[in-house]
Ligand binder design. Structure first.
Ligand SMILES: NC(=O)C1=CN([C@@H]2O[C@H](COP(=O)(O)OP(=O)(O)OC[C@H]3O[C@@H](n4cnc5c(N)ncnc54)[C@H](OP(=O)(O)O)[C@@H]3O)[C@@H](O)[C@H]2O)C=CC1
Ligand SMILES: O=C(O)CCC(=O)C(=O)O
Length: 410
């Protein structure tokens, strides 16, 4: 993350006394979370909340449950949230949280108690005007409902605006569950317009079939693209004539994993995650975890365009190879910003006790992502920046640095 900011700095006039403040998070809280397991024993989990920068507004960012969560990971993710909010011009700073755990090994009751323990642990640093969490990997509207409920118990009244991505029944917004995947579709359309090519019939490979990957697959398919490869942690499936996305959704609903779809779908073959990432397709959409496009994968990558749905899917070395090979990469901080754009609408609705329709939400999402894309292209075309990622960081760094500067010297 710092190398990306460093590269953008060559093109932005960031005052010397502001830049050091952008290189480290403002605060990181580490919490120990005692949770009663279903067998009566107590296990202590480790959780984090990193608040990276708040110059432009309250901290904002998701919470992840995953075995690989660490302080370094949440710090990088919180930094990316800062640049993401800025590139689409939301009045937010950046944060991220996480718990080191394997949710597949926890029952619903254990997940609820873990979420309550996490909320107890971080409740003094989060709040509707200070830091507003949301879903990320392995967390969902139900997780957000438990968080909202636990936080509200301390306040003696309901505080829906402390968290976004909630169920509709407690102040969630229409369109948030689909927002990130819908945003990927909007950004992919805009990329094809820019490259003067047609998305109809374009082949797409998607790594990750969770919230973001599955919605992107469904909407890209509806939009006329051919989704030819999809994977999750179990492996992937490939069909050169296009997968039946709805049938795969049904299969995952019953079987739990993508694996095995090739045995029930005519024309589909099993592929590994590595094979999927190097498929010869028009668009590759990494929508799972960080660091999957390594230097080696980048050398073998055959896609014409990469649209980064995951946060940080490309390593610094992989990025360098793609830059040298002139493979256009639509960077995560713009491509997957649809989630936080609609989270912002949810937060505004909650603070104003108002609600917008799904059509209004989707219209705002399209407008804001399109404007973000235009801002990025303005920089890309008018300044001598090497790639779209650097252009996005120039837009974001400019805005965050300006906020620090106008708030005055130390
Ligand atoms: N949710 C949101 O609104 C936003 C999410 N993002 C980013 O998008 C990415 C996906 O998030 P989201 O869809 O919410 O998460 P989910 O937990 O809903 O889905 C994650 C998907 O990735 C798969 N996966 C996990 N590990 C691997 C692996 N090693 N190889 C291949 N696939 C793997 C999972 O498989 P399985 O289910 O089998 O474990 C699952 O299909 C993350 O990088 C997240 O930070 C970005 C912006 C907003
Ligand atoms: O909706 C949000 O507030 C943030 C979602 C998120 O964690 C992300 O964009 O990476």
């Amino acid at each position: 993350m710092l190398s990306q900011v460093e590269r953008a700095r060559e093109f932005v006039d960031v005052p010397d006394d502001v830049y050091p403040q952008l290189r480290t998070p403002e605060r990181t809280l580490k919490v120990s979370l005692p949770v009663r397991r279903d067998d009566g024993s107590v296990e202590v989990f480790e959780g984090y909340r990193c608040q990276y920068d708040s110059a432009r507004g309250p901290y904002k960012g998701g919470i992840r449950y995953h075995p690989a969560v660490s302080m370094d990971e949440v710090t990088a993710l919180a930094g990316w949230m800062t640049w993401k909010s800025a590139v689409v011009d939301l009045p937010f700073g950046g944060a991220k949280g996480g718990v080191v755990c394997d949710p597949a090994e926890l029952s619903e009751g254990e997940l609820r108690r873990l979420t309550r323990a996490y909320t107890d642990g971080v409740r003094r640093v989060i709040g509707p005007d200070t830091d507003i969490p949301a879903p990320d990997v392995n967390t969902d509207p139900q997780t957000m409902a438990w968080l909202m409920d636990t936080y509200s118990r301390y306040e003696d009244h309901a505080v829906p605006e402390v968290v976004t991505g909630k169920p509709l029944e407690i102040g969630g917004t229409e369109g948030r569950v689909e927002a990130t995947g819908r945003g990927i579709t909007i950004v992919t359309e805009r990329t094809f317009d820019y490259l003067d090519t047609n998305l109809d019939g374009a082949s797409v490979a998607i790594q990750g079939f969770g919230n973001v990957g599955s919605v992107a697959a469904r909407l890209l398919d509806e939009r006329g693209a051919d989704v030819v490869a999809i994977s999750d942690v179990s492996g992937g499936v490939h069909d050169p004539d296009g997968l039946d996305v709805q049938a795969l959704l049904d299969h995952v609903d019953t079987a739990g994993y993508v694996e095995g779809f090739e045995t029930v779908a005519a024309g589909a073959d099993a592929v590994t995650n590595e094979q999927l990432l190097t498929e010869d397709v028009d668009v590759l959409v990494p929508a799972a975890i960080e660091d999957v496009i390594t230097e080696e994968i980048a050398r073998d990558l055959s896609a014409d365009v990469v649209v980064e749905a995951a946060n940080g899917p490309t390593t610094a070395a992989g990025d360098e190879v793609l830059r040298q090979r002139d493979v256009p990469v639509v960077p995560d901080i713009l491509a997957n910003a649809g989630g936080v754009v609609v989270s912002h609408l949810e937060w505004v609705q909650n603070t104003q006790q108002y609600s917008w329709s799904r059509e209004e939400v989707n219209r705002d999402l399209r407008q804001r992502l399109t404007r973000g894309f235009e801002d990025l292209l303005d920089v890309y075309e008018s300044r001598d920046v090497p790639d779209l990622r650097t252009a996005a960081y120039v837009v974001a760094l400019d805005r965050v640095a300006a906020a620090h500067e106008v708030r005055g010297p130390l």
